[in-house]
Design a protein around this ligand. Structure first.
Ligand SMILES: [Zn+2]
Length: 545
């Protein structure tokens, strides 16, 4: 110990660059400890009322904060706490509009207070849309976000002075100069609310920016190149094989707990599970000229449990946040479980569609016009069983994280049939389209008949090339459909924008519940489907699956 501190004094006094050759193998001055987590998804304070059992993890942010401090005491300047994306989800992001922005900003700030140094954006960071993300990130001071594959000129996340996030970041750690770049999964375009955000290379959103980043970091003469990725393990391995020069890939998104690191191409690849179940310890020894010495470096994961004592100050801060933002309210009772596993979700989805129809009928001028509903399965996000018992507001908001809003379609019978032809494109023989949830509408698809085919120009749908013939026996409100008749159909803003391939719907007469044209504000001023469900549960009118 005494020797180590003498050495430390010597190096600090003389500067380390010139004296590298005098330092022994275990010299702390060329070692850096990267503590890593990924996909914590707002699970910063342990389990809550009504949380399904499989989500009961011990891991909490206060324990991570304490562990980083402990490590820093042993190696001042030699520890970084790193996040590989999906900091937020569900709980805090699924709140009502009025306090969602503040909750998001404070949640990010909690990670900063716990000592996080650097992180990459994950897809869930976009769940409340880029405007909320922008507001949340602009409050950060020491937690640096690095993401290298976004177009910096995307309107909402426009980033002229690199304040919101950087494309590259360098930092000294234990005498090594680390160069970081970050990669967000391209699927964010489809699985979250990406809004007007764009990737810098839409055709090659991962490899092209990665190659550029490696070249740029090399030019800055960093010792170790670190990719923080939110791509999933398979894509990490592909990245390692396709792009040379990346020393470390610290990944997330696939929620993989790697007890041993993987080697692919020239890279070491690690990932540390999910939801603060484990903390990763990537202890690297680097060559001052570049690269890491694998034989002298190591990776291990450790459970974040009662053996890792919490930081009391952080514990107080988290519980204050929890009191302000996440008081889970019991809004009703279910006598039967809600099963949201796999295709079983359809039953719950039908209740939502019915609740949306009932709600739409309470709006002025629509009481006798609403005849059916078409929603998408993809809007229901959890994959759990909620047992009989109390229903909480946060449960409902976790099931419906996308803030989808009911939209009213005023359509002819022929137009409705065309819309449902799309629902039948992926249908199996004799069954409904796999991703559509219907209420008030009875239909069968015949998968052997020709399906609707679209006309495209430059990759965009511009029309229907061939009409579908798969819809069989179409009834609305118990009566065979009349092609000339008028029907009021409830859908959501996602489908109304042409989501999930419903291009035809963008051609229909779309209105919000108050009669406003959909295009004006996309109904953002009105309640969400989660609000509608919550209201129905409170009123005791939400049915049973
Ligand atoms: Zn993810």
């Amino acid at each position: 110990m005494r020797q180590a501190s003498l050495l430390l004094a010597f190096v600090l006094f003389t500067g380390c660059g010139v004296h590298q050759r005098n330092l022994n193998r275990d010299d702390l001055h060329h070692r850096c400890l990267l503590l890593t987590t990924n996909d914590s998804e707002s699970h910063l304070d342990g389990p809550r009322v009504g949380t399904p059992l499989r989500f009961h993890y011990q891991g909490t942010l206060d324990r991570i904060a304490a562990e980083k401090r402990r490590q820093l005491r042993q190696r001042p300047q030699g520890v970084l706490l790193v996040s590989a994306g999906d900091v937020l989800q569900g709980r805090y992001m699924a709140r009502k509009d009025r306090d969602r922005r503040q909750a998001a900003r404070r949640a990010w700030r909690l990670y900063e207070q716990a000592g996080y140094d650097v992180g990459v954006l994950g897809n869930h960071e976009f769940d409340a849309g880029p405007a909320v993300l922008r507001y949340a990130l602009s409050g950060l001071k020491t937690f640096q976000i690095v993401t290298s594959n976004l177009d910096p000129h995307s309107p909402t996340l426009h980033n002229p002075k690199e304040r919101l996030y950087k494309t590259l970041w360098t930092r000294r750690c234990g005498g090594l100069k680390l160069g970081f770049f970050g990669l967000l999964t391209p699927t964010t375009r489809n699985i979250s609310d990406f809004g007007d955000t764009r990737f810098s290379d839409p055709q090659e959103p991962v490899l092209a920016p990665a190659r550029r980043a490696v070249a740029a970091l090399r030019a800055q003469r960093v010792d170790v190149i670190v990719a923080l990725t939110h791509l999933g393990l398979r894509a990490d391995l592909r990245l390692a094989r396709a792009v040379s020069g990346i020393d470390l890939i610290i990944g997330g998104h696939s929620h993989t707990l790697l007890r041993k690191w993987k080697i692919a191409g020239q890279s070491v690849v690690v990932q540390s599970g999910e939801r603060f179940g484990h903390l990763g310890y990537l202890d690297i020894k680097g060559r001052p000229g570049g690269g890491i010495i694998r034989a002298a470096s190591s990776w291990r994961v450790r459970p974040i449990d009662e053996h890792m004592s919490p930081d009391e100050r952080m514990k107080t801060i988290v519980s204050r946040f929890r009191a302000d933002y996440a008081v889970e309210q019991i809004v009703g009772h279910r006598t039967k479980a809600w099963n949201l596993k796999g295709r079983e979700r359809r039953r719950y989805g039908r209740l939502v569609a019915q609740a949306a129809m009932k709600w739409m009928r309470t709006q002025s001028g629509l009481s006798d016009k609403v005849a059916g509903a078409v929603l998408n399965m993809g809007g229901l996000r959890t994959n759990s069983i909620y047992p009989a018992g109390p229903v909480t507001d946060l449960e409902i908001r976790s099931i419906h994280p996308f803030r989808n809003r009911p939209v009213y379609l005023d359509v002819s019978g022929a137009e409705l049939k065309e819309m449902l032809e799309h629902a039948c494109t992926k249908g199996h023989r004799g069954h409904l389209g796999s991703r559509a949830i219907l209420a008030g509408i009875d239909m069968r698809c015949n998968g052997e008949r020709p399906r609707v085919r679209y006309r495209k120009s430059k990759g965009q749908v511009v029309g229907i090339a061939q009409r579908g013939q798969r819809v069989q026996r179409l009834e609305v409100a118990g009566k065979k459909i009349d092609p000339e008749g008028r029907y009021g159909i409830v859908t959501n803003d996602y489908i109304a924008r042409g989501g999930s391939g419903y291009w035809w719907v963008t051609q229909l007469r779309r209105r919000c519940a108050d009669g406003e044209d959909f295009q004006r504000r996309r109904c953002r001023h009105l309640p969400t489907l989660a609000d509608v469900v919550e209201e129905a549960v409170r009123a005791g009118t939400f049915g049973e699956p």
